[in-house]
Design a protein around this ligand. Structure first.
Ligand SMILES: [Zn+2]
Ligand SMILES: [Zn+2]
Ligand SMILES: [Zn+2]
Length: 275
């Protein structure tokens, strides 16, 4: 599998729109990997993960071709992961001369309700089909098994993280979440899954002990150890940390060195990982 990250920041992005802190000033000055937009990734050029307001920018500057995408899985209804009104651009007379196939969007109840409110009858039309999914109820997209798992995040946003299996490989895409609940860990254990790759929330970066709603690097280390303990990871599992805040006390360049001490990679916009 090939996972390409288009956006790797928390809700306010790096630099934050109005922020003048050391990290944001550094990002504006150095640009490159220090600039991080709102979360989005693409698996094998087929399955888009999340639909933030920065999707348009990812099309303009990062080579995301939405005309090719048929499936989008959403983690939760926070605006930086679900900016549903931009799907409106796919409706007839707004998007012209496109292939008349539906874009399928999979989302939990809070997001589904909001999409229904916005789109009315168009929530299930020829060009757009929103599907309500439930945590711990796996479904298939072609030959990809998608397993939504309950995340430790704002319950009002019905958050899930995703385990995805394909062709004998499996990944865990895990933001926004704090340390995983026992029920989620037990469920992963019951699947007998061993991840080749995990992508962990690291919003708080160096602010130690962040374990609810989001995580910090030290808690990511703890979670990786726990996943090894239950047999879901081993020393061959590649670990990347993802979803960063400018309040996390480190620039990208600084954080790459610190994360490397634990053998972890640090995501950045444009990173492509082969699994
Ligand atoms: Zn987020
Ligand atoms: Zn800042
Ligand atoms: Zn969130």
């Amino acid at each position: 599998m090939k996972l390409k990250y288009f956006g790797t920041a928390a809700a306010e992005g790096i630099p934050g729109l109005f922020c003048n802190c050391r990290i944001c000033k550094n990002a504006l000055e150095k640009r490159g990997k220090e600039i991080k937009t709102r979360s989005q990734a693409l698996l094998d050029g087929k399955i888009l993960i999340d639909f933030p307001p920065d999707t348009y920018m990812h099309v303009l500057n990062y080579g995301l071709d939405l005309r090719q995408i048929r499936h989008c899985i959403i983690t939760h209804s926070h605006f930086d992961h679900l900016f549903e009104r931009d799907f409106w651009c796919r409706l007839p007379s707004i998007a012209n001369e496109i292939e008349e196939k539906a874009l399928h969007v999979y989302l939990t109840s809070a997001g589904y309700r909001r999409a229904k409110e916005f789109f009315g009858a168009d929530v299930d039309c020829a060009r757009l089909k929103f599907h309500e999914i439930k945590e711990f109820e796996p479904f298939w997209i072609e030959d990809y098994r998608i397993i939504p798992l309950r995340a430790n995040h704002d319950p009002a946003a019905n958050p899930v993280i995703y385990a995805i299996e394909h062709n004998g490989k499996s990944i865990l895409y895990a933001n926004d979440t704090g340390f995983l609940f026992d029920e989620t860990l037990d469920y992963i254990k019951s699947l007998g899954i061993r991840f080749d790759y995990i992508s962990l929330d690291c919003t708080s970066m160096l602010i130690k002990g962040t374990r609810d709603h989001h995580m910090s690097l030290d808690v990511d280390v703890e979670l990786f150890e726990r996943l090894i303990e239950i047999g879901a990871c081993d020393k061959d599992t590649a670990v990347y940390v993802n979803h960063f805040s400018h309040n996390g006390l480190a620039t990208h360049e600084e954080f790459v060195k610190i994360a490397a001490r634990h053998g972890f990679g640090v995501t950045y916009d444009g990173l492509e990982v082969e699994i």
